[in-house]
Design a protein around this ligand. Structure first.
Ligand SMILES: [Zn+2]
Length: 249
């Protein structure tokens, strides 16, 4: 669908970026699960960039202790539902983006339905067990998955698109139990959420996925990035089932 005059004006500066494809973004549909520290940032940049449809899923309400990092919300928002607030704020930022707020909790039973029809899944979650549920939906439906996580002074980022790449379960198959809340300061999810948005925009416009089978690690204490590569895990019970080479019964 061609861009309107106001869209051309709104996106004027990014339309100057080499290789930018606004019409592809306009036709894209993205699921973001969790709109807190990570998901609130990626959702903001994807809405501002003009991704056509964002489905925001978050069952939580705003708590005072969220506000050191969840910059979509203000002190007045404490007690209100995050997904509804995020949809309202982002719709005001860019009315060209259709935004859907889903206040249900992500479960193994509803994950496929939540992701159905989307071109990309973005992980804005705060725990590994829910990430594994989302990863399974990505594998089941063959929808690419932008993983992001933060803990204390370290952030991580990767891109999974089985059967072409490994999945999250190949890399971290088990639930990681942490005692108590994750230590976090706001700038770190700001950086990782921005990188998730960057990776998502790049994939949606070009089909390229720079972090396939690679984990980007950001060490905030040293302000340094490193990338480690990994392979599909033989016998992965999640993406293995979608591998074309796997024996069928
Ligand atoms: Zn796997």
């Amino acid at each position: 669908m061609p861009l309107s005059r106001s869209e051309i004006e709104r996106y004027q500066r990014q339309l100057l970026v080499d290789g930018w494809d606004q019409e592809k973004l306009k036709s894209a549909r993205v699921l973001i699960v969790g709109v807190g520290g990570l998901g609130g940032i990626s959702a903001t940049y994807l809405a501002a960039a003009g991704v056509g449809h964002l489905r925001l899923c978050d069952c939580d309400t705003v708590e005072l202790s969220n506000l050191n990092r969840q910059i979509l919300f203000t002190t007045e928002d404490v007690g209100k539902p995050k997904a509804t607030l995020a949809a309202h704020t982002l719709a005001a930022r860019n009315p060209e983006t259709q935004i859907e707020a889903i206040l249900h909790r992500l479960t193994a039973a509803n994950a496929d339905e939540l992701a159905s029809g989307c071109d990309l899944i973005i992980d804005g979650l705060d725990n590994h067990s829910d990430r594994l549920i989302l990863n399974k939906a990505s594998c089941d439906l063959r929808i690419p998955f932008v993983y992001g996580a933060i803990n204390e002074w370290q952030g991580q980022l990767s891109f999974f698109h089985p059967p072409k790449t490994a999945c999250l379960s190949c890399l971290m198959p088990t639930e990681l139990k942490s005692p108590g809340p994750t230590p976090v300061f706001g700038a770190l999810p700001g950086i990782i959420g921005s990188l998730q948005a960057t990776l998502a925009l790049r994939y949606l416009m070009t089909g390229e996925a720079p972090l396939s089978n690679a984990l980007l690690i950001f060490r905030a204490d040293a302000v340094a990035f490193e990338t480690v590569t990994f392979e599909k895990r033989a016998g992965c019970g999640v993406c293995g089932k979608t591998m074309p080479s796997s024996p069928r019964r």
